[in-house]
Design a protein around this ligand. Structure first.
Ligand code: ADP
Ligand code: ADP
Length: 232
């Protein structure tokens, strides 16, 4: 579902150049929850941002759902991005919009008619357990509830892939557990492929099928989660 081939990323040029990612390959099969783990500065964020081209890789190719992305730009790239949802550590909600309006935003931008927007947003808010918060503003919500809104928004365009950038790092352990359970439910019920990055082993242990270890911009180890944690 996601295939990175020979992807590298260098920020800046000359003396100030930082090689954030060495040329690496990564494959995430359809329906998998894949976790990339590593220390701060290892290149996790750069890696996940290369998948939807929030960062342009310096080299290599990125294929999502059978489509090569690095050759796309403008409208074509925007359309391809509808198949890739993303959530973030700090939720990135719009404070001036209600819960409903935050989730509706990507659909408005896609030009979906009002009536259809309502038909799509309502079940998404049900799915994330926020049907009773529709008209509230982000400031009125807990961290876990904000991330639920962000998950509903990420699902609005019916993506095939969900990218999670340290999605539980700002949450307490109990709330982390409930968000991980929701991601697992979405993976199971919608068949969504999930790529997440985290610095927390516990996140990988709890929901991931496969894990990749990134260190100094290199994918140094890869395994099924069961094998990774029982290795001698
Ligand atoms: P992680 O997510 O694992 O903490 P990052 O991908 O954020 O790692 O960073 C990898 C390396 O790239 C670090 O050395 C970081 O300082 C550097 N880096 C990240 N973003 C930029 C940027 N926009 N400009 C220059 N260097 C960057
Ligand atoms: P908090 O940040 O306050 O701990 P949570 O993110 O755990 O909140 O939950 C937010 C709301 O979603 C709560 O009202 C909770 O009852 C509800 N909820 C929790 N888990 C689920 C679930 N798996 N499905 C549907 N609703 C849920």
């Amino acid at each position: 579902m996601i295939t990175l081939s020979n992807v590298s990323k260098t920020y800046g040029q000359g003396d100030s150049a930082v090689e954030a990612l060495k040329p690496l390959d990564l494959h995430v099969p359809e329906g998998t929850i894949y976790g990339v783990i590593g220390l701060s500065g290892a290149g996790k964020s750069t890696l996940i941002r290369c998948v939807n081209l929030l960062e342009r890789p310096t080299s290599g190719s990125v294929s999502v759902d059978g489509q090569e992305l690095t050759t796309l730009s403008g409208t074509m790239l925007n359309q391809a991005r509808h198949r890739i949802g993303m959530i973030f550590q700090h939720f990135n909600l719009l404070d001036s919009r209600t819960v409903f309006a935050n989730v509706a935003l990507p659909l408005e931008l896609m030009g979906v008619p009002r009536r259809e927007i309502r038909q799509r947003v309502t079940p998404l808010l049900e799915l994330v357990g926020l049907s009773d918060k529709t008209d509230q503003y982000p400031a009125q919500l807990s961290g876990g509830q904000k991330q639920r809104v962000a998950i509903a928004r990420a699902l609005a365009s019916k993506p095939k892939v969900l990218l999670c950038d340290e999605a539980t790092s700002a949450l307490d352990p109990q709330t982390t557990g409930s968000i991980l359970a929701l991601l697992q439910e979405i993976n199971r019920s919608l068949g969504l492929t999930i790529l997440l990055i985290t610095h927390e082993m516990e996140v990988v242990k709890r929901i991931c099928h496969r894990v990749g270890l990134i260190s100094a911009g290199d994918l140094v180890e890869e395994a099924e989660v069961g094998d990774f944690f029982t290795a001698p």
